[in-house]
Write a protein that binds this ligand. Structure first.
Ligand SMILES: NC(=O)c1ccc[n+]([C@@H]2O[C@H](COP(=O)([O-])OP(=O)(O)OC[C@H]3O[C@@H](n4cnc5c(N)ncnc54)[C@H](OP(=O)(O)O)[C@@H]3O)[C@@H](O)[C@H]2O)c1
Length: 232
């Protein structure tokens, strides 16, 4: 059975970028929003942009009920309330791809915030907070945190970046790798368990500052290495 992919929400800059890249790779994507009208407007825009009929949409709640793979792309300050609203409707074997980066800005520089959901946020990373909060059986995979919306939405430019996946479930990580490795120019790297999500969140603050301080555009991560070891 083909797994259904949905975006919570699919209306923001980052989620539209990921949704467009997934559709270019041949997937159908369900666009969520707090408002079904807004979801439908964005669906029309995205279908028109790629001349496809790959996008469909509804309220976030409906997306959560129908989809097996859920990209969580809400602003960090709303992840706690979003999980309160939607948590109990998430399918018990769903995979959540957490794209959220809890940034704050001080004197023009980006930092990873320690207290995104104020008193509720006692976890080292957003991914670990989500994993601890969702129903048993649901797996969280951190991903796409280090790739900017600007880069994802430049559809006529190859991505040419690495995406770092973190999860405590190797099976969930492999499932997501299988899906997103079809996106052109995206190399998928295993970045270990969810404990390393904080690292990828910090890397996002780092690359934003690198862009700003060095007047660069679209700086991003590509790990360099020697050729892979041969299997014995
Ligand atoms: N922008 C980037 O380059 C980038 C890179 C890496 C990670 N991220 C992460 O991606 C997430 C979204 O960023 P973005 O730049 O795409 O933001 P955005 O363009 O501002 O979109 C965010 C979406 O969040 C929804 N929203 C607004 N208020 C909400 C509320 N009170 N409760 C629930 N949902 C609400 C809105 O959807 P509806 O009105 O349709 O519900 C809106 O379309 C953030 O967590 C960010 O850290 C962004």
């Amino acid at each position: 059975m083909t797994k259904k992919i949905g975006m919570i929400p699919g209306t923001g800059k980052q989620s539209q970028g990921i949704a467009l890249r997934l559709a270019q790779a041949g997937y159908k994507v369900m666009i969520g929003s707090r408002s079904s009208e807004k979801a439908k407007t964005i669906v029309e825009e995205l279908n028109t942009k790629l001349s496809v009929s790959s996008f469909y949409g509804d309220e976030n709640k409906e997306v959560v009920k129908q989809c097996d793979i859920l990209f969580f792309v809400v602003p960090p300050e709303y992840i706690c309330s979003t999980l309160e609203d939607l948590g109990s409707d998430i399918k018990t074997d769903a995979i959540i791809v957490d794209v959220i980066v809890p940034l704050t800005f001080e004197a023009g520089l980006a930092y990873c915030s320690e207290d995104m959901c104020l008193d509720q946020f006692d976890y080292p990373s957003v991914s670990e907070y989500i994993q601890a909060t969702v129903p048993e059986g649901v797996s969280v995979v951190g991903g796409f945190k280090t790739i900017s919306a600007a880069k994802l939405n430049r559809l006529n430019h190859p991505l040419d970046v690495d995406v770092f996946l973190t999860s405590n479930s190797q099976e969930a990580k492999n499932d997501i790798k299988g899906i997103i490795s079809k996106i052109e120019g995206l190399r998928v790297l295993d970045a270990g368990p969810l404990a390393f999500s904080r690292t990828t969140e910090q890397m996002t603050a780092f690359v934003i500052n690198i862009n700003k301080l060095n007047k660069l555009k679209h700086a991003s991560f590509r790990v360099i290495s020697a050729a892979p070891k041969k299997q014995k």
